[in-house]
Design a protein around this ligand. Structure first.
Ligand code: FMN
Length: 320
């Protein structure tokens, strides 16, 4: 996920068992073959057998519309050691769509096919080519055609984010639509969109009929969501809700990793950005976010987050 799931975040999220694979933020392909440093920036794991430190494989994602340019860059990525190429046909960003990338290709399934087929031809069967789509651009009428186009082009797996581009990130995700697509494909289909809890996970699986799901924002909101699902599948037991101290530890570890290369000012905003994701689904994280959102000094921020209890906002204990 662009701007939020870099190699450090992938590392932290995969330290507990739960994820089978992860994917990089998209590498934007326009027309030129990009230099190796761009691929290494997006996917430092290329230097480490393309897995996170705990051994979870990382697919390298490309976003673009020109089949020849995608093919040249997929070939470049393969030479650098990429072990899977994922193609992004889901990005709803206006800037990306205006430049004819991401979800804009869903308006014409032939273009999805051309992109996947070109990349498949470039990397051969040496490494898998996978694709990620939404249900369409402004309607769902081409959902199945786009999915089949990806399969016919040579994709070995398809992730479906169960909303159209125009639906953005607005709930609900239409998981039952993924089921309609899945029934017509022979490659594995992975369900994605709005999986925030164990209950959502089960509902998404049931309605889509998919064996596997992809977690996005839910994994940032609760870094234990994937382990929670894995644990439940293995034992039938539900893990307790993730306590604040565990979240604070993830944020502190994240800051320590980011500080190796980034100035504290940037790390401070990155920590707040992750906390902002956590607060979407957790009352304590929401309270903590309110308490620290104006802190601009990293040490102060981390010290405050590490406090066992956040003091109530100033004045709330004043006698009436
Ligand atoms: C900030 C942000 C950045 C994203 N960047 C990417 C990306 O680079 N590649 C991609 O395939 N999807 C990207 N997505 C989409 C997510 O992977 C996912 O499909 C979407 O958020 C729905 O799943 P969720 O409800 O579990 O988050 C991004 C989403 C967000 C919110």
């Amino acid at each position: 996920m662009e701007g939020v799931i870099d190699a450090h975040t992938r590392d932290l999220l995969t330290r507990q068992p739960g994820f089978d694979w992860t994917v990089t933020e998209f590498v934007r392909v326009v027309d030129a073959r990009l230099p190796p440093k761009v691929f290494l920036r997006h996917c430092p794991e290329l230097d480490r057998r393309v897995t996170t430190p705990s051994g979870v494989p990382v697919a390298l994602q490309l976003l673009g519309s020109d089949p020849a340019a995608l093919a040249a860059n997929a070939e470049q990525a393969r030479k650098l050691g990429a072990s899977a190429i994922d193609l992004n046909f889901g990005c709803p960003a206006k800037l990306v769509n205006r430049h004819d990338g991401g979800a804009s290709l869903l308006r014409d399934p032939r273009r999805v096919h051309a992109a996947v087929a070109a990349v498949h031809a470039a990397v051969g069967d040496e490494i898998p080519v996978t694709a990620k789509i939404r249900l369409g651009f402004s309607h769902r009428r081409l959902a199945l055609d786009c999915a089949k186009a990806a399969e016919d082009g040579g994709a070995t797996q398809l992730v479906v984010h169960a909303r159209t581009r125009d639906e953005g990130y607005r709930p609900p995700a239409h998981w039952e639509w993924i089921g309609r697509i899945r029934r017509h494909l022979s490659i594995p289909v992975v369900a994605n969109g709005d999986i925030w809890s164990l209950e959502d996970y089960w509902k998404a699986r049931t309605l889509s009929g998919c064996r596997d799901v992809m977690l996005g924002r839910g994994a940032l909101a609760d870094p234990w969501l994937a382990p929670r699902i894995r644990h439940w599948l293995a034992t039938g037991e539900q893990l307790a809700a993730t306590p604040w101290q565990a979240r604070a530890k993830v944020l502190a570890d994240f800051a320590a990793l980011q500080r190796i290369t980034l100035p504290d000012r940037i790390v401070t905003s990155l920590v707040k950005q992750w906390l902002n994701h956590m607060r979407q689904r957790d009352a304590e994280a929401a309270q903590r976010f309110q308490a620290v959102k104006r802190i601009n000094e990293l040490e102060t921020l981390l010290a405050r987050l590490a406090q066992p209890h956040e003091a109530p906002a100033h004045g709330t204990l004043e006698p009436a």
